[in-house]
Design a protein around this ligand. Structure first.
Ligand code: MG
Length: 396
């Protein structure tokens, strides 16, 4: 297997009252998850995410890795169904996993949300993952510059998170492991405070991964610490590189899920040490399902009920709006309704006609057995009177 050395650090920061970031170091699985949602939901969501990812030890492909993330997502969704106070909780997730793909050692990377994975080289800090945020979308569309995105007031609106839908869109990468490579998994509290050159400088200066992680987090907290800060530095210390040519960017393959929906997240309040509403600070980023899902469903159900109601009353009206002359046992009677009934509305006897079947004119008999229909009761009465006229009763 690939061998790793790693170091971690996390801090609640200077403003928030609890730390909703979680990390996992269960080699070959490394994860950072940044929870969101009030009432401790964020902590619960990120804790479930790392617990579930700890089980992803035997990952043998990026598809396995995606499955592991889907399992974690499902666990969070299920939990928030059971505990209503946790409803709306979610978490980001960035994972780095050593895996054997066939007989090749690989590093799998998975990302959902706006935590990041960087690779530090001698020259630069390369952001491998792509943020699933509103501002990132705007940057990609050319509506915002990368520089503007750094300070955009809505930069914390994420477009993907675990715990929201039954399925989550996961981006993955397959990398060739190279001894000496250094990766950083981190929550947004790090790169919101430290610019990339500062992050790179610390990673190059601090050889020990634990020292590097501590320095990164310390730097971000000192720079403002407006959010929880988490850094997990992972070094590749040994790997069998069987590839003849290792790509400069280490990337063997990329799998990017195509987004089909955008989740609207409330931006965090403008926070500072003197924020007058400290309670609001607990709400890191509240995920809300678009409300139209709820009212659209309600509207649909109401429309269906309305249509059913209208249909039912039409059926009743149709079933009950006619009369016919027919037979009831031996008697000729006037029924209200339709001869064969309509659905479960059977005709009912409206009036007796003083006439028996045996007294009917034989020529009238087939019609009466079948039932002779009229729209109005009076017409049915007239017909019954005519039957009586023609009947054998009047025969001398
Ligand atoms: Mg955060």
């Amino acid at each position: 297997m690939i061998e790793f050395a790693w170091g971690t650090a996390t801090d609640v920061g200077q403003v928030r009252q609890n730390n909703q970031d979680q990390m996992l170091t269960a080699p070959p699985v490394f994860v950072v998850a940044d929870g969101m949602g009030g009432h401790n939901g964020g902590e619960v969501a990120s804790a479930i995410a790392v617990d579930e990812m700890a089980k992803a030890q035997g990952v043998a492909s990026v598809d396995d890795l995606i499955d592991a993330v889907q399992m974690a997502n499902r666990e969070i969704v299920d939990r928030s169904k059971i505990e209503p106070e946790l409803r709306g909780m979610g978490t980001t997730l960035v994972a780095l996993v050593g895996m054997m793909v066939g007989d090749r050692q690989r590093i799998g990377v998975a990302n959902v949300g706006d935590s990041r994975l960087y690779r530090a080289t001698d020259e630069e800090l390369v952001q491998l993952t792509e943020d699933h945020t509103l501002v990132e979308t705007l940057v990609r569309d050319g509506r915002l510059t990368a520089e503007e995105a750094l300070t955009h007031p809505q930069r914390n609106i994420v477009t993907r998170a675990l715990g929201i839908d039954e399925k989550v869109l996961v981006d993955t990468w397959e990398l060739a492991p190279v001894p000496g490579d250094r990766f950083v998994l981190c929550s947004d509290g790090l790169f919101d405070e430290l610019r990339e050159p500062e992050i790179l400088e610390i990673l190059q200066r601090e050889e020990d991964p634990s020292d590097a992680a501590l320095e990164l987090v310390r730097g971000a907290v000192q720079a403002g610490g407006r959010d929880n800060v988490t850094a997990l530095v992972v070094d590749v210390t040994a790997a069998d590189s069987v590839d003849d040519e290792i790509p400069d960017d280490r990337i063997v393959s990329i799998h990017k899920a195509v987004p089909d929906s955008v989740l609207r997240l409330d931006p965090p309040p403008e926070t500072g040490p003197n924020d007058p509403h400290p309670d609001e600070i607990l709400v890191d980023r509240t995920i809300e399902k678009p409300p139209f899902v709820t009212w659209r469903l309600g509207l649909f159900v109401a429309a269906v009920l309305l249509v059913l109601g209208v249909l039912l009353s039409s059926v009743v009206a149709y079933a009950r709006s006619a009369y016919f002359v027919g037979i009831d046992g031996e008697e000729v009677v006037i029924y209200r309704g339709r001869p064969d009934g309509v659905l479960w509305f059977d005709p009912t006897v409206e009036e007796q006609v003083v006439l028996t079947v045996s007294e009917l004119d034989p020529e009238d008999l087939p019609d009466v057995i079948e039932g002779v229909e009229f729209d109005e009761l009076d017409d049915a009465r007239d017909y019954a009177a005519a039957l009586t006229e023609r009947s054998l009763i009047d025969d001398p």
